[in-house]
Design a protein. Structure first.
Lengths: 547, 190
């Protein structure tokens, strides 16, 4: 493999832009950093040979050099941005509103958004952010991030570690800040060095040539920043595994104890009470009248139990472990899990009390009452006065189906209806009554006795999220490292001042910084005070003036 | 001599670089594949054909059936049709008569129907059983724990389990009589 020998004697690897030792631009390689036809040197990565730019031998090398291109990285980010935007045109599948007429995505999108909705659905954009190609795109950004960083960090690190104070004149004179001074004495140089040290420059000397440098660590900022980003991506991968993230939802009725889904039957929760409070401050009376009810508190008083049971479904043994109130944004935490107040339904029926009276009694005087527990209804009620009532049919959520037959729409006692057989004392013949909310139907029209709803009790249902997210600390660490990297690169600058002396008392001074040129000029102004060293010219400014 | 050494060290460097790059690329590709696989698996139906059916035990509430509790592992050696249903669910109601019409014959031939009800109250199940004269066991999953265990979505959902306890087929939605009989053939004990 060819190596490039510089006139200073140093042998540089192929692809070097500026000699590793003396900094002299290497003929024929200036295009790599875009130096062609420019007076000033591009100091990017200090002119080191970036491997990926020169060797493309094996398949692995070819893949490597593809991903090491910043251009590729930027395009990947642009594509990901566009894809992410496309996903927001219509709601994602998980955000189809619960009250939509038809929540099946195959129907919903076309019904709601017409032909564009249909295309959106058929292209699978309704699940864009968890689609395999979107994840691959994000992964490719991650790959590009890792390889770009490694491919630049390693040579830059080497370049900055092996800096030589002596540089070629063409390197120095093509720096942005440059001056030539004559007849400079050793005393003046000693003074200069002391002042540089005072300003916290680190000096490297060889044969009277000086390199003064400070803030080198600011050059690592971007790489530290990328490490943070990579940790955030890793945290996102961890979050997709059940070990690090779980989010389940459970409805618990007041007074009910139910298993927490996703805990493998290990935990049960009891809802002791659900509380919905509203604002009723006199000062806001007018607004409240206009706006309607405004909630001030959603709260569930719960007991969490740890369960032991041989296999799923078997009757568990429950042992209470926590008893607490869960409020909105104040979840209950136990054993690394969280229970979060996430929803509610008011006013399900708990029980209903019925009374029997004679059909033609206009005062509806009660002959006896019985109570139906809607969570566990009994099928027969025997009253003290000899009446016997059989609950023939129970519809927890009554509606008439397409054929006009009574049926239940859901499993929950939201709109209960009943068919009762009423047996009067010492009678074997039943009278049939149908009762529901606002309905009281005498099937035969000849009933001697009528039923009526005397009383009822209601309960609320609380919706709780049961979850854990163990990936959060990793996101935190990643974000902190990201921020450290930003600060490192933003608030410090890598300043270098080269001072080379020739035998005839000539002193060449050149300076480079990655940002804040004003600062480095100020530094130079201070350190050359009381000496005959000429202040550096800002050749970039001169360039512009000439134009 | 020194030229040879230089060549040697260069070859070594090249090899190290190749190893380094290959390892990094392999790790990155591995992480990507892992993410995609673990995300695609997060879909709701965790148990698929080929998986072993997880065991459970529930109270049996059908008075026409002699079992008091149903434990899936007790049914090893028999083909099991594990059906999840509710009285309020219309498609469940449609397939029940088909199940009952095949039950007496296939029970003789070694198939058990286990129809897990997700109703809240026993009385509605009783009335439903009376209406269709069901004789197969109806375990009552009041807390929906078994439903959660099988990651059942919308009802009805049916798992066909062969005599070895392995799920051979998962059907989401109602079954027709023909389809039901066909599925029974595949889980018949030898």
């Amino acid at each position: 493999m060819r190596k490039v020998k510089c006139e200073c004697g140093h042998v540089n690897p192929l692809g070097t832009v500026l000699c590793e030792s003396c900094g002299k631009p290497i003929a024929g390689n200036q295009h790599i950093d875009g130096n062609d036809g420019k007076k000033l040197l591009n100091m990017r990565y200090d002119g080191m040979a970036r491997r990926s730019q020169t060797y493309t031998k094996s398949f692995v090398d070819r893949v490597w050099s593809f991903f090491s291109s910043v251009k590729v990285g930027v395009w990947l980010i642009v594509i990901a941005l566009v894809a992410s935007m496309v996903g927001t045109i219509f709601p994602q599948e998980m955000y189809i509103p619960p009250d939509a007429p038809n929540r099946a995505p195959s129907v919903y999108y076309e019904e709601q958004y017409g032909v564009f909705g249909l295309i959106f659905y058929q292209l699978g954009l309704h699940n864009l952010y968890s689609s395999w190609w979107y994840m691959i795109l994000i992964a490719l950004i991650g790959v590009s991030l890792v390889i770009c960083s490694l491919d630049r960090f390693v040579p830059l690190f080497k370049a900055l570690r092996n800096q030589k104070p002596k540089k070629h004149k063409s390197f120095l004179s093509r720096q942005r800040l440059y001056s030539e001074s004559y007849e400079i004495t050793d005393e003046e140089v000693v003074k200069l060095k002391e002042k540089l040290k005072k300003r916290r420059y680190k000096l490297t000397e060889a044969n009277g040539h000086i390199l003064a440098e400070k803030g080198r660590f600011s050059r690592w900022g971007p790489y530290v920043n990328h490490i943070g980003l990579i940790i955030i991506l890793l945290a996102a991968i961890l979050r997709s595994t059940p070990i690090f993230y779980m989010d389940e939802y459970v409805w618990v009725r007041e007074g009910e104890t139910t298993v927490l889904p996703g805990s493998n039957g290990e935990y049960y929760v009891e809802n002791k009470d659900f509380i919905l409070e509203t604002h009723d401050d006199e000062r806001f009376r007018e607004t409240l009248e206009k706006e309607g009810m405004v909630a001030s508190n959603y709260q569930t008083d719960v007991v969490v139990y740890k369960a032991t049971r041989p296999i799923p479904g078997a009757e568990p043994e429950l042992e209470p472990i926590v008893e607490d109130s869960i409020q909105m944004n104040q979840p209950l935490e136990f054993d690394g899990y969280e229970l979060v107040q996430s929803g509610y339904q008011l006013n399900e029926f708990t029980n209903m009390t019925f009374k029997i009276h004679e059909t033609d009694d206009s005062n509806e005087e009660s002959l006896g009452t019985f109570t139906v527990n809607l969570m566990e209804p009994e099928s027969e009620f025997v009253l003290d006065n000899g009446f016997r009532v059989v609950l023939d049919q129970y519809y927890p959520d009554y509606y008439l189906d397409d054929d006009g037959i009574p049926a239940s729409e859901t499993n929950f006692p939201r709109n209960p209806a009943f068919v009762f057989f009423v047996y009067p004392p010492e009678s074997e013949n039943a009278e049939v009554s149908f009762l529901g909310i606002g309905k009281n139907i005498d099937a035969s029209g000849e009933n001697e006795y009528k039923l009526g709803i005397a009383d009822f009790e209601m309960h609320d249902v609380s919706g709780l999220s049961f979850k854990y997210d163990r990936s959060l600390p990793f996101f935190g660490i990643g974000a902190a490292i990201f921020m450290i990297g930003v600060i490192q690169g933003m608030y410090w600058q890598h300043r270098r001042i080269w001072i080379n002396r020739t035998k005839d008392g000539e002193l060449l001074m050149a300076a480079h910084t990655n940002k804040n040129w004003f600062g480095v000029k100020k530094d130079i102004e201070t350190v050359i005070e009381d000496t005959n060293i000429k202040m550096v010219d800002d050749q970039q400014e001169l360039d512009e003036k000439e134009k | 001599m020194s030229l040879e050494n230089a060549k040697k060290s260069k070859r070594k460097k090249k090899r190290n670089r190749l190893i380094f790059r290959s390892v990094i690329l392999a790790v990155l590709i591995g992480a990507t594949i892992f993410t995609i696989v673990s995300n695609s698996k997060a879909d709701n139906s965790i148990y698929r054909a080929g998986d072993m059916a997880p065991d459970f035990q529930l109270q049996q509430v059908n008075n026409n059936n002699e079992l008091e509790t149903v434990r899936l592992s007790d049914l090893k050696g028999k083909g099991v049709m594990l059906n999840f249903w509710g009285t309020w669910c219309k498609p469940c109601e449609e397939e029940m008569p088909y199940m009952q019409s095949l039950y007496p014959e296939y029970k003789e031939r070694g198939i058990e129907i286990v129809a897990v009800s997700l109703d809240n109250t026993e009385i509605v199940i009783d009335r439903f059983i009376d209406k269709y004269d069901l004789t197969f066991p109806v375990p009552h999953d009041k807390t929906e724990e078994v439903m959660d265990l099988y990651k059942v979505g919308p009802l009805p959902s049916t798992f066909f389990i062969n005599p070895d306890g392995e799920i051979t087929e998962v059907v989401n939605g109602a079954l027709t009589l023909d389809r039901l009989e066909e599925s029974f053939q595949s889980i018949l004990p030898e």
